[in-house]
Design a protein around this ligand. Structure first.
Ligand SMILES: C[S@@+](CC[C@H](N)C(=O)[O-])C[C@H]1O[C@@H](n2cnc3c(N)ncnc32)[C@H](O)[C@@H]1O
Length: 271
């Protein structure tokens, strides 16, 4: 086992303190500058410049959804930028789902009129914004990071002003394991928010709520499903959809991928 020297430790802490403020400067570059950086001749050099190269994740460009609505759902927020030095906090970063993937997943579920939508690890609320396009009875999200929840609720106000006829969305600052699940029919949305330990406890608590009848019917939509086996082994769920879904053409270049893996499970009919 290697142990870090005090100098090594200091360097690591300094790098962490300096890295994210610098990335924040790059993230704040206007879209016109980011577009310029995408020109092949500029990119050839700029992609090798430390920090500046994060532009080429595409996540810091203004997403088409945000351009259309005036919301703010972009960026990558690494765990250390979200949670600081809190060792008990999450270990996965924030990154928004692509709206076309969310739409395709929700269309697999049929009539959603009496369902609630719950995004566990909702971040800035992009999937909730897309969920407002569907006739859910309630749309909520939970995230550990209160700063992201504030942004999600700012987005909620923008969407509510623009589409007063839609069901409003609301984000809450809470750990997934403390989340309250609305009773009745539920769609739980997960974009790879955490690892196996938290996911096991989350699935246990959903299963218990389903078995005592508090949840009438349960659908799980899971993107980039690192803990897929847990759901496959569940005695109350059947896999209903599993595919690698291409992004819509206008969403390509707004993160590093061009497809997303989507799995959907729904609860078995009760005996
Ligand atoms: C990949 S992002 C997904 C954001 C959003 N669901 C989307 O698809 O656009 C994962 C989010 O999970 C949140 N998260 C991580 N651990 C969590 C926990 N234990 N409880 C609630 N949220 C958590 C992170 O703060 C991050 O915003």
């Amino acid at each position: 086992m290697t142990t870090m020297t005090p100098v090594g430790n200091f360097r690591k802490r300094l790098k962490r303190r300096v890295k994210w403020p610098l990335i924040a400067i790059v993230a704040a570059l206007p879209d016109s500058v980011q577009t310029l950086l995408y020109l092949p001749r500029v990119r050839k050099f700029a992609q090798h410049v430390p920090v500046l190269k994060v532009v080429y994740t595409g996540c810091y460009r203004t997403h088409p959804l945000d351009k259309a609505l005036g919301t703010e759902t972009g960026g990558i927020e690494p765990p250390e930028a979200i949670y600081g030095d809190d060792k008990n906090a999450g270990s996965f970063p924030y990154m928004g789902s692509q709206p076309s993937t969310v739409r395709l997943a929700l269309r697999q579920l049929g009539d959603l009129r009496d369902h609630a939508f719950v995004d566990i690890g909702c971040g800035k609320g992009r999937p909730m914004i897309v969920a407002t396009e569907f006739p859910f009875r309630e749309i909520i999200g939970y995230d550990l990071a209160s700063r992201l929840v504030d942004i999600a609720n700012r987005n909620a106000r923008i969407v509510a002003r623009r589409f007063p006829e839609r069901v409003p969305m609301r984000a809450y600052a809470a750990d997934a394991l403390q989340a309250d699940f609305p009773p009745g029919k539920l769609v739980v949305y997960l974009f790879n928010p955490f690892g196996i330990q938290t996911m096991t406890r989350l699935l246990d608590s959903l299963t218990a709520a389903y078995e005592r009848g508090a949840i009438e019917a349960l659908s799980i939509v899971y993107l980039n499903p690192l803990c897929k086996e847990l759901f496959d082994a569940s005695p109350i769920l059947d896999c209903r959809f599993s595919a690698s879904v291409p992004y819509a053409a206008d969403e390509i270049g707004y993160d590093e991928g061009v497809t997303q893996t989507v799995h959907i499970w729904t609860s078995r009919p009760r005996a």
